[in-house]
Design a binder for this molecule. Structure first.
Ligand code: SF4
Length: 81
């Protein structure tokens, strides 16, 4: 999963770009639900939130590191395909 750090300026640009609906506004900054984030595997070559974030505050979550295969499995589970 990806992680939004506290550098987030709450610009809201990333939320509509997520194909998994994994991004939402949290109490203080935007948040990514690890169970929904495939790092855009299955949808796009690059994570769309990372592409659009103006302050580059989205990183790989060190507590939720996954392989490409694991992310693809999650994509299949989420989409039922
Ligand atoms: Fe925060 Fe970046 Fe998303 Fe904007 S694009 S809400 S700065 S994580």
């Amino acid at each position: 999963s990806l992680l939004i750090t506290d550098e987030c300026i709450n610009c809201d640009v990333c939320e509509p770009e997520c194909p998994n609906g994994a991004i939402s506004q949290g109490d203080e900054i935007y948040e990514i639900a690890p169970n929904l984030c495939t790092e855009c595997v299955g949808h796009y070559d690059e994570p769309q939130c990372v592409e659009v974030c103006p302050v580059d505050c989205i990183i790989t979550d060190p507590d939720n590191e996954e392989t490409e295969d694991q992310l693809m499995d999650k994509y299949h589970q989420l989409t039922g395909s």
